[in-house]
Design a protein around this ligand. Structure first.
Ligand SMILES: Cc1cc2nc3c(=O)[nH]c(=O)nc-3n(C[C@H](O)[C@H](O)[C@H](O)COP(=O)(O)O)c2cc1C
Length: 173
C-alpha cells in the first residue's frame, strides 16, 4: 500500500491542456477540504482560495504573462491568496504547502492542474479577483480534466541533492 501511495505522489504531472467539461462544485469542495489540512506556522491557516469560473475573469488571469495561458482553456482557476499580516515570515511557505496539497488532492480525484506563477503580478491579480492589499496571491492553478498525459520531467539524481550531516558530504545507504 505505501509503495502504491508513493507511486501516486510521483505520478502527478503539470497539466496544461484540459477537456472543456465543467467540474462539479462538490468535487471542488472535496479537494479544497483536503487543502485546508496542509501544515501552517502556528496553525495560522492564512490562506483564502478564490475559485474562478467566470470566463472573463479567467481570461484576464490567463493574460497576466505568457506562461499563464493554460488557464484560458481550463474550466476552473483557483487563486491561492495568503494573509501576509497573520504570519509575516511564513505566509508564503504556508500557502505553498496548501497549493501542493490542493494539486495532489486534484490528482487523487482524476483532475489535472498546473501551478501558475503569480508573484511578479501581485497587484494585477489582486485587482482582477478583488483581493485586499494584505492578501498576496501566492499561486494560481489551472484545473480540469486532463487532455494530455505528459511523461515525467527529468529529476536530479538523489546523489546530487542528498547529503549526510553537512552539505557536500556523501549520503550512503
Ligand atoms: C512556483 C512555480 C511557478 C510555476 N509557474 C508556472 C507557470 O507560470 N506556467 C506553467 O506552465 N508552469 C508553471 N509551473 C510548473 C512547472 O513548470 C512544473 O512544475 C515543472 O516543470 C515540473 O513539471 P511537473 O509539475 O510536471 O513535475 C510552476 C511551478 C511552480 C512550483
Amino acid at each position: 500500500m505505501s509503495d502504491e501511495l508513493l507511486g501516486f505522489l510521483k505520478s502527478r504531472r503539470s497539466i496544461r491542456r484540459f477537456k472543456p467539461d465543467p467540474i462539479p462544485d462538490e468535487v471542488l469542495l472535496k479537494i479544497l477540504d483536503v487543502a485546508r489540512y496542509a501544515p501552517s506556522a502556528r496553525n495560522s491557516q492564512p490562506w483564502a482560495f478564490i475559485v474562478v469560473k467566470d470566463v472573463e475573469v479567467k481570461r484576464k488571469l490567463a493574460g497576466i504573462h505568457p506562461w499563464a495561458k493554460p488557464l484560458e482553456s481550463a474550466p476552473v482557476g483557483i487563486v491561492v491568496a495568503c494573509n501576509s499580516e497573520v504570519s509575516h515570515e511564513s505566509y508564503q511557505v504556508d500557502c505553498a504547502s496548501a497549493t501542493m496539497q490542493l494539486m495532489l488532492a486534484a490528482h487523487a480525484v482524476g483532475l489535472g492542474s498546473v501551478w501558475l506563477q503569480t508573484l511578479r503580478n501581485v497587484k494585477e491579480i489582486q485587482e482582477i479577483v478583488g483581493l485586499p492589499n494584505n492578501y498576496v496571491p501566492i499561486a494560481m492553478l489551472a484545473l480540469g480534466i486532463p487532455d494530455e498525459s505528459p511523461t515525467a520531467k527529468k529529476r536530479k539524481e538523489l546523489r546530487e541533492i542528498v547529503y549526510l550531516n553537512k552539505y557536500g558530504s556523501v549520503f550512503t545507504h
